[in-house]
Design a protein around this ligand. Structure first.
Ligand code: PLP
Length: 442
């Protein structure tokens, strides 16, 4: 049982005094140090990590020994190389390594510092390449919080209110089949949600010929870990091709082997024109990457840049991480699939056993569990989720929410099988306690 002491309470009180905003409302975890599957606070509490620290530590908490060594060595040599104006070898090596994992036909990239910046670059490039002004994105999507990417984001109104108007993006329904916005059932629906896009937004709002790009997450992350049907993106690509729109695939949360493949979109059998990455690609350091198809060509010099893009310490971490992936890709991929299947087996059984679990979905180690008051009404179990996350924290396990009432289960890809089972035992016990506490049938 986790014990919260005075020092934790004091740090949280000091934090609240000096920081303007936070989304940290779930449980009072103060990180101190960590390694592999575990992280520790400074009160001596130990936590099993099932959050990968928001999908960043895909190779274990605080990265691998090679990543840490590369960071320390590079910090001793040169941290910042003014990569917008001067050349450096390490970012070139990193880019060459990353391209080995990208689909064929991808040869150029832009380096920034975060997911939102990777998407800002993608937005600008798509407008430049097509000479069009509008964008298309999904409801429930999360692409970042700077004003360009925020125009694409439509997962919670609190993220957008006061910051508009956002005029360049048309939002359309995603294939959230558990709660189909059109009240249809897959596959009988025949993708009515895609017909809707053609019939309404594209016929009545903005001509498809004015849309530069359709931006999407292959699996919606912040919006609730929503996985569309496996043939969905083939239909989206057909639609984009019909109107000459580019496809921008935001792999910030779903990418970097999380689903067993380097890019989550590879599970769906199509290629995008532009890919964006961040989170895990930096190996624990800040990094955003925007990779474009070679066929799109170049952008005019000076039309986009950022001072810290290509920061050598970040790139040292990213390069060590990508080299680890290149050397261990088959093993990681095989284990992600196996571990994901083990988790799914347990979760599908829990869904049978507990009324509170409405839906379980995911690919590889990107798994979402949607909680409901009861399976028939599907009313989101929002308060109950808070109780479950707190209970897990009290039992020494870190898990994050997603969407209105979902929980994301995203352990490091390198988690041991023993700790994976342990995590699933703790999760089941928290679900059982919440069901009992709220008088829900088992
Ligand atoms: C899919 C996706 N895109 C973009 C972002 C924004 O990334 P960042 O917080 O690094 O700006 C996030 C962050 O959660 C994300 O999940």
């Amino acid at each position: 049982m986790v014990k919260i002491g005075d020092r934790t309470r004091r740090v949280i009180a000091r934090d609240k005094k000096v920081f303007l905003t936070t989304t940290r409302e779930v449980y009072p975890f103060v990180a101190d140090h960590g390694n592999g599957d575990f992280v520790y606070d400074f009160e001596g509490n130990k936590f099993l990590d099932f959050s990968s620290f928001i999908s960043v530590y895909n190779l274990g908490v605080n990265g691998t020994p090679e990543i840490r060594k590369a960071v320390i060595e590079q910090a001793g040599k040169l941290m910042h190389s003014a990569f917008t104006d001067y050349y450096a070898e390490l970012p070139v090596e990193f880019a060459e390594n990353l391209l080995k994992l990208m689909p064929s036909g991808f040869g150029k990239m832009f380096l920034s510092n975060s997911g939102t910046e990777a998407n800002e670059a993608a937005i600008k490039f798509s407008k430049l390449f097509t000479d069009r002004q509008y964008l298309m994105a999904f409801y429930n999507a999360f692409h970042g919080r700077s004003t360009g990417s925020l125009a694409l984001t439509a997962s919670k109104t609190v993220q957008r209110e006061h910051f508009g108007p956002f005029s360049d993006t048309v939002h359309v329904p995603y294939a959230y089949c558990y709660r189909c916005p059109l009240k249809q059932t897959y596959p009988d629906c025949g993708f009515a949600c895609i017909d809707y896009i053609k019939k309404y937004p594209l016929s009545k709002e903005v001509s498809g010929k004015e849309i530069a790009a359709f931006v999407f997450e292959p699996i919606q992350g912040e919006g609730g870990y929503v996985v569309p049907p496996m043939d969905y993106f083939k239909e989206i690509k057909k639609l984009a091709d019909d109107y000459g729109m580019l496809l921008i695939d935001d792999e910030v949360q779903a990418g970097y082997m999380r689903t067993g493949k380097f890019l989550a979109l590879d599970n769906f059998g199509i290629k995008a024109d532009i890919y964006t990455m961040a989170k895990a690609v930096g190996g624990g350091m800040p990094l955003g990457v925007t990779v474009t198809s070679t066929s799109l060509g170049d952008i005019p010099s000076g039309s986009h840049a950022t001072t810290f893009g290509g920061n050598l310490v970040s790139i040292a971490a990213a390069n060590a991480s990508i080299k680890y992936i290149l050397s261990n890709k088959q093993k990681i991929s095989r284990e992600v699939v196996q571990k994901g299947a083990l988790m799914m087996k347990r979760l599908v059984q829990m869904k049978e056993d507990y009324e509170i679990i409405g839906d379980v979905r995911g690919i590889g180690l990107m798994i979402g569990v949607e909680l409901v008051k009861d399976k028939k009404s599907k009313v989101p179990a929002v308060k109950e989720r808070e109780g479950i996350l707190n209970n897990l924290f009290q039992s020494g396990m870190l898990v994050l929410p997603a969407g209105e009432s979902s929980i994301r289960l995203i352990p490091p890809l390198t988690i041991s099988y023993e700790n994976l089972e342990k995590g699933m035992d703790l999760f089941e016990s928290a679900i059982a306690k919440a069901s009992k506490r709220n008088g829900m049938p088992r």
